[in-house]
Design a protein around this ligand. Structure first.
Ligand SMILES: [Fe+2]
Ligand SMILES: [Fe+2]
Length: 253
């Protein structure tokens, strides 16, 4: 288990995502690293984590999701209807809460802003991330995902590979992976500023709500990116290889 890539561990056992989140282990954008390597890099005790994984396996609840059985079309629908929809619902709420927390400046009854000045950079970072996420999801929904669906359908029904505005799918997929990484870096800064999403003593209820809201958002984003980077994109890359580059027809299996 120690020499397994952390993304493969989460693919095999989804509940591990919660444990990895707790330790700040990135299984979504840099999931190719082994558990051993991640622990060494982050100065985490490997044996403690291995024991926790063993204990968790005995107590974890049954998972009702069976992602390994989903076809590409359903996987895309799940990503859009569950994760993109959640992003679009949560972003305006978090932006408003962050604005309210930071508005307390000048009001002697609401001292959050003065006592927790790092909330201002958190707000600016989240505003940037939110803008990037919205643009990124639009590109996926308008261009990439429809192409993926038509590629999967062409393969299933032995039709010619659909025309695309790119030579291979690797270019746009790599761009999406890079954007995931860039957004991940913004949230790593937010996490550091918020001391691993810890609610400080004396924080207002709104302050606590926004910190927990940001933690939920980033955890959901990691799962969202994990499904794209580690499940959907590898499957689409394999699917593209299943077509004859010259004729565009599916290769015999
Ligand atoms: Fe997405
Ligand atoms: Fe994405």
């Amino acid at each position: 288990m120690r020499s397994q890539a952390v993304r493969d561990m989460v693919l095999a056992e989804g509940a591990l995502a919660h444990l990895f989140e707790r330790y700040g282990i990135d299984y979504s954008s840099h999931g190719e690293e082994t558990l051993e390597a991640v622990c060494a890099k982050k100065d985490l005790d490997l044996n403690t984590i291995l024991s926790e994984i063993e204990a968790m396996k005995l107590t974890r609840p049954y998972s009702f999701l069976h992602g390994d059985l989903w076809d590409e079309e359903f996987l895309i629908e799940y990503i859009v209807e569950n994760h993109h929809r959640y992003c679009r619902a949560a972003i305006p709420v978090l932006l408003e809460q962050l604005a309210m927390v930071n508005q307390s400046q000048g009001d002697p009854r609401m001292t959050d802003h003065a006592r927790f000045p790092y909330m201002k950079p958190v707000m600016f970072l989240f505003q940037r991330a939110a803008h990037e996420i919205e643009q990124h999801m639009r590109k996926e929904e308008m261009i990439l995902f429809p192409y993926f669906k038509s590629l999967a359908s062409a393969h299933e029904f032995s039709r010619r590979r659909p025309l695309a505005p790119f030579i291979t799918i690797d270019g746009p997929i790599s761009r999406m992976e890079q954007e995931h990484d860039e957004t991940g870096q913004i949230f790593a800064k937010i996490r550091a500023l918020l001391n691993d999403f810890t609610i400080p003593n004396g924080a207002s209820a709104m302050h606590g709500a926004v910190i927990k809201g940001l933690e939920a958002f980033v955890n959901d984003l990691h799962q969202h990116v994990h499904l794209e980077n580690n499940m959907l994109f590898p499957r689409i890359r394999i699917l593209e290889e299943a077509f004859d580059a010259r004729t565009g027809m599916p290769l015999p299996t």
